[in-house]
Ligand binder design. Structure first.
Ligand code: MG
Length: 237
């Protein structure tokens, strides 16, 4: 199987800089193993930008599996804080997928960026948000509706850079030809409902879907940095 991807990122309409990172930075395709990812940095001053960039650079290296990529990303951020204590408090989300030509997709995920799978005209969310509020919802203490407007809805319960131990979610999906996968930052998923994301994702090329999501999120307010990485899994010719 081949993977064709489109990478779109934009600072949005409010933020002065873009603390999201996407890897690869440009659209492309591959018939050999590849790793694709979205990171959304946090931390005042330049911290967020530094953390997300360090995470994708470290995770893109030569590693045996998704867990090791996550650990390398965490360590890279912690090493940088050691060198520059002024960056203490920086961290990042990281949602990545390793593509294998067999069609196996291995995911690693921490934070509130998301992965969605579009298959046979239906879209499912593959990841869970690691936010304090999403955990309240899972434990039944508040509703989805309350969570959507909760003042602490973007507070992460898990992230890279904040602790020595990393607890990513690791899972696999066997891709079928025609599958489309979206990795996105919360600048997409907090501005658009799942049905709005689905409307964009179900049509057009990967490039049109990725930039269309950026356009829609900006039209809805563009309150945060916006990143969409769309992967199409296609039969090898
Ligand atoms: Mg964000």
């Amino acid at each position: 199987m081949n993977v064709i991807w489109a990478a779109a990122t934009h600072q949005g309409r409010v933020r002065q800089n873009n603390e999201d990172a996407v890897h690869p930075a440009h659209s492309g395709s591959s018939s050999t193993p590849a790793v694709l990812m979205v990171a959304d940095g946090m931390g005042g001053h330049v911290g967020g930008e530094v953390a997300s960039r360090l995470a994708v650079e470290a995770a893109a290296g030569d590693h045996s599996d998704a867990s090791q990529r996550m650990r390398a990303a965490n360590q890279a951020i912690r090493d940088e804080i050691e060198r520059q204590p002024g960056l203490r408090g920086m961290g990042t989300t990281l949602t990545l997928v390793e593509f294998e030509p067999s069609g196996l997709l291995r995911f690693g995920h921490i934070g509130d960026s998301r992965a969605y799978l579009l298959r046979d005209g239906e879209m499912v969310m593959l990841t869970s948000d690691h936010t304090v509020v999403a955990e309240y919802v899972r434990s039944g203490s508040i509703s989805e509706e309350e969570a959507a407007v909760h003042p602490q809805r973007s507070m992460l319960s898990r992230a890279l850079g904040v602790a020595v131990q990393v607890r990513p979610d690791i899972f696999e999906v066997a891709a079928a030809p025609g599958d489309r996968v979206l990795l996105c930052s919360d600048g997409v998923s907090s501005m658009l409902s799942d049905s709005e994301i689905f409307d964009r994702l179900k049509r057009g090329t990967a490039e049109e879907a990725a930039w269309g999501l950026v356009e829609d999120a900006n039209r809805a307010g563009g309150l945060d940095n916006i990143t969409a990485l769309v992967l199409d899994l296609v039969e090898t010719a």
